[in-house]
Design a binder for this molecule. Structure first.
Ligand code: NAX
Ligand code: ADP
Ligand code: K
Length: 508
């Protein structure tokens, strides 16, 4: 699913109107009905109690007026407060004229801000995607007044004051909504941690906007949802054998962190790999052989950390990093791995697929000259702190996305920036946000599981690099969601994610 800018969203509305021979009023009615339907499903008349709808002067305010009419007709107790303005959009005027006469309407002024008792349900229809500058003056005062009241707030399309796709100063007046109900496509702003306190839970309701326009519109931003992933995992052919799905090598673990190697191992085994060999330091040999008999084990000459690179000829993909530690000998192994992986020959015409995680990323951050050795489509899986070590401290979430995009383009790699909406950056400058996963996964070892999953999928030659990574990230989050259905968020451990990889892969 694509994510469009504010400017593109405006053009999308116009294209929909032209293509479907609609009036803009009819499209607004569609949006208002979609919002109202969501609202009816969420709050019945008794739950809702009295409802205040704050309406601005543009089409977002127009949506608010249409919603007021629809809720009133459904017997909700609605009142409207209007932000004064010199001009109103034509569809605003239409919906103002069609408000039922008995529905109370007041005009807001600086000395007459609406009364908002604690618990009141407020619908925020002040400003939408047409916001052209930060709020100030009366609109900002209304927002501050709303935010300090202990109301329940539902925003139409986007919390008023929040930009759709651009950063803004920390002290800007922005509505803090509990829910945001938007139309047809999610907005970039919804996916960034810095906006979570404004957006609350977000919901997208389809209003049949022009599919053709969306298909024809270029954007770097994408959202991976269930529909995107349908059929993403190729079926296993009847006459397949273990060689069909690739032989992966994992270099992981150090004394005290063999658990990380085990989680990645078990995740890889559960993700369809044909064969898996794991190299661990001497101290990990018994642990690995006993707890993962399906994997073959190579013992590193060093007892406590990885110090030597094995012969890489048998493998179709290599993962390195979980629990690795940062010893100089492990750094040398990483360097040799990068050098080997980029070298092609008649027998191996393409670079060896690599997945680099955790301490291997930290080593890269300390020795950035190694970045230039990475073969094309190498997969890096940093969380934001690890990404900072590879690049620089980001000013805000938008700047981090810019750094991410530039980094993936510069090094022609795939970067998986982990978080609530994990974002995959591609060498071509695309950013794909993931939709699955939950806060229960914010627990030690979840990232090691992702590394194992990605390793298996990169070893499978049937999948293109980006396809494998997007599938792995999506399945990882889905496995976390399936696990959380049994354990809850607090009770979830990384091993639960491993146990649900199979069921997650069945769904794609
Ligand atoms: N056909 C359409 O265009 C549709 C639009 N929809 C709604 O329309 C919204 C967009 O409507 P508009 O483009 O009219 O924009 P808005 O309603 O977001 O606001 C635009 C108005 O606010 C003013 N304004 C902008 N920034 C301001 C600021 N900082 N301080 C004070 N005034 C400011 C503008 O001058 C203009 O009068 C969407 O968010 C959505 O809610 C939906 O009804 C779906 C269909
Ligand atoms: N709030 C959240 N919502 C969804 N996924 C999350 C959340 N918190 C963490 N995760 C996922 O869990 C994993 C954590 O990885 P990481 O930070 O490397 O942890 P660790 O090093 O402990 O394994 C990532 O894939 C991340 O996307
Ligand atoms: K709004």
């Amino acid at each position: 699913m694509k994510i469009l800018s504010a400017a593109q969203t405006r053009l999308l509305d116009q294209a929909t109107i032209a293509e479907q021979h609609l009036t803009s009023t009819a499209l607004m009615e569609r949006a208002a009905s979609a919002f109202a339907e969501w609202f009816f499903g969420r709050f019945d008349v008794d739950d809702a109690g009295e409802i205040l709808i704050l309406c601005g002067p543009g089409n977002n305010g127009g949506d608010g007026l249409a919603v007021a009419r629809l809720l009133y007709q459904a017997s909700y107790a609605v009142r409207v407060a209007l932000l004064p303005a010199a001009q109103h959009s034509p569809d605003w005027q239409h919906n103002r004229q069609h408000l039922p006469a008995a529905l109370p309407v007041a005009e807001i002024s600086a000395d007459q801000l609406p009364d908002i008792p604690a618990g009141l349900l407020v619908i925020d229809a002040l400003f939408g995607t047409g916001l052209s500058r930060p709020l100030e003056g009366l609109p900002a005062a209304v927002v501050a007044h709303l935010n300090q009241a202990k109301a329940r707030v539902v925003a139409i399309d986007i919390p008023s004051g929040l930009f759709t796709d651009a950063p803004q100063a920390a002290d800007t007046a922005i509505v803090k909504a509990d829910h945001t109900v938007s139309f047809s496509l999610p907005k970039l702003a919804f996916l960034l941690p810095q906006n979570a306190e404004y957006v609350g839970q977000w919901h997208v309701r389809d209003i049949q906007l022009s599919g053709q326009f969306i298909a024809d519109t270029a954007t770097p931003w994408h959202y991976t949802d269930e529909a995107t992933m349908r059929g993403a995992l190729p079926a296993r052919p009847k006459f397949s054998h273990k060689g069909t799905f690739g032989h992966a090598l994992l270099l992981a673990g150090s004394r005290g962190k063999i658990g990380a190697a085990m989680l990645a191992t078990n995740a890889c085994l559960r993700s369809g790999v044909g064969l898996l060999t794991v190299q661990v330091p001497g101290c990990g040999y018994d642990i690995l052989q006993i707890s993962a008999p399906e994997a073959m084990c190579l013992t590193d000459p060093h007892l406590d950390f990885i110090s030597a690179l094995p012969d890489l000829k048998p493998y179709q993909a290599v993962g390195i990093g979980p629990g690795l530690g940062q010893d100089a000998a492990s750094l040398a192994v990483l360097r040799q791995l990068l050098e080997f992986a980029s070298t092609t020959s008649e027998n191996r015409p393409r670079p060896l697929p690599l997945i680099i995680d955790a301490d291997a990323l930290n080593l890269l951050g300390q020795h950035r000259e190694l970045l230039a050795l990475m073969p094309e489509n190498t997969v890096l899986t940093p969380h934001p702190k690890e990404f900072e070590r590879l690049t620089e401290k980001a000013r805000d979430d938008y700047h981090r996305l810019e750094l991410l995009r530039n980094f993936a383009q510069q090094y022609r790699c795939l970067v998986v920036l982990k978080g609530a909406y994990t974002c995959i950056a591609t060498p071509d400058g695309e950013l794909h946000f993931n939709s699955t996963g939950n806060p229960g996964m914010a627990t030690g070892g979840s990232g090691d599981v992702l590394t194992g999953l990605l390793l298996a999928l990169r070893a499978d030659a049937r999948l293109l690099p980006f396809q494998a990574v997007r599938l792995g990230v999506y399945a990882h989050g889905l496995a976390g969601d399936l696990a959380a259905a049994h354990t809850g968020h607090a009770g979830l451990v990384a091993g639960d994610i491993v146990r649900h990889i199979g069921p997650a892969l069945m769904r794609v």
